[in-house]
Design a protein around this ligand. Structure first.
Ligand SMILES: Nc1ncnc2c1ncn2[C@@H]1O[C@H](COP(=O)(O)OP(=O)(O)OP(=O)(O)O)[C@@H](O)[C@H]1O
Ligand SMILES: [Mg+2]
Length: 227
């Protein structure tokens, strides 16, 4: 199983934000859906190693985020709605190269990887541009480029298309769903996007209320929205 949780609880402040979550999935692409405040982002941060569990058992790619945090960081990439939080270097090419710093590659290999990634994300012509001058959509492509240049085994994306226009949302989604080796956990309110996943999980009040085929889980979510 690529992601497995057993009775996981996450307490933040005086609230159990995630409560008794037990899940196991091995699907390559998993959608995480649910109402505002249901715990989706906390779940994404938990499996990405950014939030610690209070109790329970958790394995991501077979790793314990608590005791194998460095290995998890190496194999997992996170993408969020707001690319400004993820872009750190002054120019586009430098920012992508920064993602590879932990790999300690020879300069030529680093440059090769960066150039290939920039080309793949349609950013080649912008490589010397100041990162902060990019449009929102271009910044999100840069954030994605920085995530994928590391060749992660798992990409965790929390509403990656939230601020994008329809065209850029499609471009970003197509990169996320492109058939490569990576697995994808996609938190989204875009149910059409959720339908493209192999499996879905519905969060309700900090609990994983249902897991299964996206069509069935989305239908169940629709029912709760009508109440
Ligand atoms: N650091 C924190 N301290 C206390 N409560 C928190 C903290 N982070 C999140 N919460 C609470 O946990 C609940 C779930 O938040 P979370 O961000 O995981 O929801 P979400 O499903 O991603 O919502 P949205 O769809 O609005 O992004 C919310 O009620 C939120 O107020
Ligand atoms: Mg959220």
């Amino acid at each position: 199983m690529s992601i497995r949780l057993e009775s996981v609880r996450v307490r933040l402040g005086d609230t159990d934000v995630l409560n008794d979550v037990s899940l196991a999935f091995d699907a390559r692409t998993v959608a995480v859906i649910g109402e505002n405040g249901s715990g989706k982002s906390t779940f994404a941060r938990l499996i990405g190693g950014l939030v610690a569990r209070t109790s329970g058992e958790l394995r991501v790619l077979g790793l314990d985020p608590r005791s194998q945090a460095a290995e998890l960081r190496r194999r997992v990439a996170l993408v969020f709605s707001n690319p400004d939080a993820q872009i750190v270097m002054p120019t586009v090419a430098e920012d992508v190269a920064f993602s590879l710093r932990a790999d300690r590659l020879a300069p030529a290999e680093c440059e090769e990887r960066v150039s290939a990634a920039l080309a793949r994300f349609g950013l080649h012509a912008l490589r010397e541009r100041a990162s902060h001058e990019l449009s929102g959509g271009q910044k999100q492509l840069l954030a994605l480029c920085g995530a994928f240049v590391r060749r992660p085994d798992l990409v965790i994306a929390d509403e990656p298309t939230a601020y994008l226009d329809a065209r850029n949302a499609r471009v970003v989604a197509d990169h996320l769903f492109r058939r490569t080796d990576h697995r994808l956990v996609l938190v989204t309110h875009d149910l059409a996007l959720a339908r493209r996943c192999d499996a879905a999980v519905l969060f309700v009040d900090g609990r994983a209320a249902a897991v299964g085929a996206p069509d069935a889980i989305i239908a169940q979510y629709d029912q709760t929205l009508r109440c």
